[in-house]
Design a protein around this ligand. Sequence first.
Ligand code: DX5
Ligand code: ZN
Length: 226
Amino acid sequence: MVKPKIAPSMLSSDFANLASEAERMIRCGADWLHMDIMTFIQRMGSHFVPNLTIGAPVIESLRKHTKAYLDCHLMVTNPLDYVEPLGKAGASGFTFHVEVSKDNWRELVQKIKSNGMKPGVSLRPGTPIEEVYPLLDDENPVEMVLVMTVEPGFGGQKFMPEMMDKVLALRKKYPSLDIEVDGGLGPSTIDLAAAAGANCIVAGSSVFGAPDPAHVISLMRTSVEN
Ligand code: DX5
Ligand code: ZN
């Protein structure tokens, strides 16, 4: 059985108090801290998401205050540029999007590993699951798949249950893989995700918006365990 990892998305935290928010989440029972890295740079006529969040300097500052696993989700068009800076800053996991890495994913995975991080690949709701199979079947594979359950860019959106077909297909093919879901997860959607086979659960607004975040985290862990 794959271990549950509950990862509050720090995108919903108070950025002005990031260190204490991180500490609070760990105290509430979080396994990982999910860090959403987005750039809003017009590059080759497009940007990956219409938002701008944090980067390596913030990860570096946070690392001084916590030993927690920092699960970085790169919503950028040029993830390769961020591997070394994030490795040096103390990131633990580096998950890039398959849509922007068609030509260089082998180089990316190799570089992520040599910079001491765990490589993961993510896909947007419109991207078929088959696109990540080559990255899992390679001799130097990614070690996690992040299935987006909302369009990436913002917290607080509605969970897309139809994405569970992707999770089911992945779990069937890769019984011990870390499968992460991200977007709209909380007490009312966790059972669907857990039943499909997801074990790494990102949750932003449902955790930070709850009067008792520890309760929400423990409820999600129980759902994954059962
Ligand atoms: C969206 C981000 C998510 C987001 C999730 O692009 O990848 O990690 O913070 O937030 P909730 O849980 O509120 O949907
Ligand atoms: Zn995310």
